[in-house]
Design a protein around this ligand. Structure first.
Ligand code: DP6
Length: 320
């Protein structure tokens, strides 16, 4: 076949990925664990056999940087497929612009699946996850439905995500306009690794937290999952802030959401905070407490409750 369309959703890490041991292969310093969301779908079509590569995003030609990154990714797929024909990539993304909802994760997960199918490759889930990883590390987890653990691995073959059993949870996403100076996670990650005096401690403690988190997920221990989630997010923001020059992603309103989580817990409601490389905060909670948590943070930003969602999937052709 020469055309294929795939959908994927972003994921939010409960144990974060921050730091690479190999920038070319995107091998992370540690493993991580995430929940793939049921919302904010990216839909991507790849048409092989065009005159030149192109990338259309939400109806307009994408920026030069985004187009180059997409072409670089298509090169990997062409190499695997032994097919050097250029392709047109057409993508739409439901996540609101600037919402910080890891559009690179859903974007490269959808692209990995659509491009591999369009170039005639039939990849299983681990192989797709490895391929998506080459576009953006966190994308390897959006191949997997629900909760995913990304094994750090030691080489290309051993670094991929796979499902991990976990209890049913919700994330209350609080979208905050922080007017932050944007530092991409890719650049800030490198800066942290190269300049933070605490980086080695971050790496070794992340390994311990991940082991504990996998055990808590398998046991369905919601309170432990929540405690580890908030602990690990705060440690990530601490190590990022210890870079030189320092990078600070959380805004005053982000801290207010953290305060609200603490107050909710004091009143018996289950809510634990996490935040990626931006001011938005997600509160991890149970299906039963989600409405109360959403109401409590209503004044602090745009609020959306999301559930675990599907992994990347082909929508056309129906079968790969
Ligand atoms: C804070 O996956 O966007 O969201 O591999 O350089 O593309 P690259 O980085 P990316 O980083 C995600 C960082 C994070 C934590 C996480 O998702 O685990």
């Amino acid at each position: 076949m020469s055309s294929a369309t795939a959908c994927a959703q972003p994921n939010i890490a409960l144990v974060k990925y921050w730091g690479k041991r190999d920038e070319k292969l995107i091998l992370p310093a540690t493993g991580s664990l995430s929940m793939t969301l049921d919302s904010f779908t990216t839909t991507t079509s790849v048409h092989v056999g065009e005159d030149a590569d192109s990338f259309t995003l939400n109806g307009s030609p994408a920026s030069l940087a985004a187009t180059q990154r997409t072409t670089g990714f298509l090169e990997l797929v062409r190499e695997l497929a032994g097919d050097d024909r250029p392709a047109a990539v057409v993508s739409t993304n439901e996540a609101p612009t600037g919402a910080g909802l890891a559009s690179s994760a859903s974007g490269f997960a959808a692209l990995a699946l659509a491009a591999s199918a369009a170039y005639g490759l039939d990849l299983d889930q681990p192989a797709l996850s490895r391929l998506a990883r080459r576009g953006s590390g966190s994308a390897c987890r959006s191949i997997v439905p629900g909760f995913a653990v990304w094994h750090a691995g030691t080489d290309d073959a051993s670094s991929y995500a796979e499902p991990v059993p976990a209890p049913d949870l919700r994330l209350v996403i609080v979208t905050i306009d922080g007017h932050q100076k944007a530092v991409s996670s890719r650049d800030a990650m490198r800066l942290t690794r190269d300049t933070s005096p605490f980086y080695d401690g971050w790496v070794s403690s992340t390994r311990e937290v991940l082991d504990e988190m996998v055990i808590a997920c398998r046991a369905g221990d919601v309170a432990r999952i929540g405690e580890l989630t908030e602990l690990h997010a705060l440690r990530m923001h601490a190590v990022i802030a210890s870079s030189r020059p320092p990078v600070r992603y959380l805004a005053p309103a982000s801290v207010s959401v953290l305060d609200t989580a603490e107050a909710l817990r004091a009143s018996g409601v289950q809510a634990w905070a996490t935040a990626d490389a931006g001011p938005n905060v997600c509160l991890l909670t149970t299906p039963g407490d989600a409405d109360e948590v959403a109401a409590a943070v209503g004044g602090l930003g745009g609020v959306r409750v999301v559930a675990p969602g599907p992994g990347a999937r082909l929508v056309s052709p129906e079968l790969g």
